[in-house]
Write a protein that binds this ligand. Structure first.
Ligand SMILES: C[S@@+](CC[C@H](N)C(=O)[O-])C[C@H]1O[C@@H](n2cnc3c(N)ncnc32)[C@H](O)[C@@H]1O
Length: 220
């Protein structure tokens, strides 16, 4: 029998968050203010344990140059920025002036604003316009799902050997395996998952973290 991952009930989720490195007041306040101001958008923000995991991953991997596609109110950017050194950089891409205004405020509070450069424009345009020699150690894709393959194709060649791409929401809340589900975002995720699996430049794993987190190491 194939062993499966544990189903995480809300109670078990509370327990695992309580037994991970504590979420500091800045992130807790950001999560609270995001939920209060944008109650219909709270599921866009990554969860506490995923954020802690991303901080550790950046730190363990010695990442210096990071790119994020889809910033929202800045939670995941804080987590990754905390895992890189003081002279590291995080390029944050989004289209929303309003949501990222909140992000900027919390980046100041978290003491990571100096590491983060925010560009407001469709992310594919920004990525295509980057200098040819711009390279990254860690990338996080978390924007419009129909765009994932396009972001991936721009980013994989820009990753340093051994670099890691993280891609969020790759289980679409379980809808990826529902044949009745034909929405464009879910189909975008299915297409992306097949695309990443067939890509011989990377070693991927789809983890049951949050709403599905694909982690792919770029071959050396
Ligand atoms: C799921 S949210 C990102 C959440 C964020 N990573 C966090 O953990 O808080 C998706 C973001 O992608 C942005 N977005 C959507 N389409 C985009 C595009 N074409 N280019 C850049 N950003 C885009 C949205 O404005 C939104 O802020």
């Amino acid at each position: 029998m194939t062993r499966t991952s544990e189903s995480v009930t809300p109670q078990l989720h509370d327990y695992l968050v309580a037994h991970s490195a504590p979420v500091d007041p800045v992130l807790a306040d950001l999560a609270e203010e995001t939920a209060r101001r944008y109650p219909d958008q709270t599921t866009m923000q990554i969860g506490a344990e995923q954020g802690t995991f991303m901080t550790l991953l950046a730190r363990i991997g010695g990442a210096r140059d990071v790119v994020e596609v889809g910033t929202f109110t800045g939670y995941s950017a804080i987590c990754m920025a905390r895992g890189i050194p003081a002279d590291g950089s995080l390029l944050a891409l989004d289209v929303s002036e309003e949501w990222t205004a909140l992000a900027r405020r919390y980046w100041q509070r978290a003491g990571v604003a100096d590491k983060i450069e925010l560009r407001l424009a469709p992310a594919l345009e920004t990525l295509r316009a980057l200098p040819g020699d711009r390279r990254f150690d860690l990338a996080f894709i978390d924007a419009d799902k129909e765009g994932y393959i396009g972001y991936w194709e721009e980013l994989v060649p820009r990753m340093r050997p051994g670099g890691v791409l993280l891609v969020d929401n790759t289980l679409s809340h379980g809808r990826v395996i529902d044949p009745a589900e034909t929405s464009a975002p879910v189909q975008g995720i299915r297409d992306f998952n097949d695309h990443a699996l067939a890509d011989e430049r990377v070693e991927p794993v789809l983890l049951p973290v949050g709403d599905g987190l694909t982690m792919a190491r770029v071959r050396g």
